[in-house]
Every structure is written in structure tokens, then in C-alpha cells.
Design a protein. Sequence first.
Length: 288
Amino acid sequence: MSELLELLRKVADDGTSGSSEIYSKLLDGLLGALAERPTVPEWREFSDGLAKVKRSMAPLQNVAGSIRVLLNAQIPEEQFNGFMRGFLNDLAERERLAPSRIAEGLLSSYRPAKVVTLSYSGTVLRSLMALPRGTAVSVAESLPMGEGAITCQRLIGNGIDAKLFRDSMIVRETASADIALVGADGVCPEGVVNKVGTSPLALAAKECGKPFVVLCSTSKLIPVLEMDPGDTETERDGLRLKETVFELTPLSLVTAIVTEEGVLSGEEMRQRLLRDRGNMKVTECQSC
């Protein structure tokens, strides 16, 4: 198996890392794979495969689409890996700088005494650790995968006052917080794709009059995203149990989206992504 296909398998099998972490691992893996000097057909096979895994994670779909654009540019094969190296190095540097810039953007706009969040996001974690000491954080357990416990443990390990709460308590916890913070697997004109529970948190924030803020790098922005909710249905003790992993939260519920480029309201982000969609070529669409 080629290094590219082995990397694709690792990405597909990673069920614990956040989307930013998977994206960073992907970029590192692709830069390492360049040592093998993959052929153009191998890059095409990889981009086609990447477009089919973790379809809700916009950074992966953006990389797949960008590779497809380079392939369609008819770059001579002997020069293709050089173009790929420059492209990947640029993405890796942007992603390396993004978390600190996002934290700075958050702090320039908000100084909460208490934050409510859910699931696990490396970007959110970095921003929470940049908040002034004494800031309290409430983390929803985030079933069915329970990633909220990982967030809570890491916050406590860094000396932050963090508590884990049941998902059913989300309205009560939001009412006593100053701000709701979440990450994103993708942001498209239709909304924010993130772990299930994000929409109830956004609705609770709206009901309680609290800002609902999304923290993500521009790698998560995508004009077209085919969300895979990850629905499953199992039988347990004679009962049918339905679960889902991802959901779409409308941008109308989003107070602000903080990226490394600055802060936009939900509506401003929607308009930006609609313009990007209008400028897309057919070959850039992930579903084409």
C-alpha cells in the first residue's frame, strides 16, 4: 500500500481526534508522503478517496477539492509534487498560526467570567486556556461519543476551573454563563456543521440572551458541504436506539464566528460564503 493510501486509511479510522487535529495530521502526512514522489494518478486516487471520508469535515473536503483543481490544471507530472509541497506548506503554516490568532480575536471582543461549551475542539481548548485565570468553564458531556469529558480533563489539567454536565442540563448551564463557545467541523452558507448538541446550545443561548460564538480557522469555511450526520440505529434491551453524530446549526443563531482573519457575524459569514459559492467552477465542487 502506498503512503498516500495508508494516510487515507488512518484519516478514515480516526474516531477520536477533533477535525483540526485530523487536518493537521493530514497535512503532516501529505508532506511526508512527498518523499515517495507520488505519481499524478496516485494523487488523483487519493483526492477521490479523501472526498468520500468524513464528509462533514470541511478542511478535508477543501484539501480534496484543491488537489482536484491542481490536477485539472494540467501541471507537468515532473513539476506536480513541487506545486503540492508549496501548497501544503502554506496550509500548514496558516493552520499553525490560527489558534493563537483566534484566541486573540476572542479576547478582543469578549471577557466572560463563565463559559459553556461542548464536545472537543482543539481550537476552543486553546482559546479557553488563553482566558484570564478564574474563568469558569462548563462542558456538556456530548453524547453519544462523550468527548466533553476529554475537554474537561484537559482544562482541569491546565489549572482551569472546569466542570462536566449532562447534556440535558444545557439550558440551565447556559442561563448561568456569559457566553457559549463551540468549534466547527465546517461552516457553509446553510450553517455550522458540528457535533450533535450544538443546535440546542445555540437555541438555549438565544433564549437566555447570551452570545453564541463559533471559533474556527478559515480551513473550516467551505461554500458547498455535503453533511453526513452519521446516523445509526441499534437495538438495546428490546428498544431501538437512534443516534447521530453531526448536525447543522443555522447561521441565523450565530452571534459571531472568530477566525484567524477576524470576527464576522453569522449573516456576514453567510454572505461571504454565498459569494464564494457563486465564484466556484464545476470542478471545485466536492459532489461533482
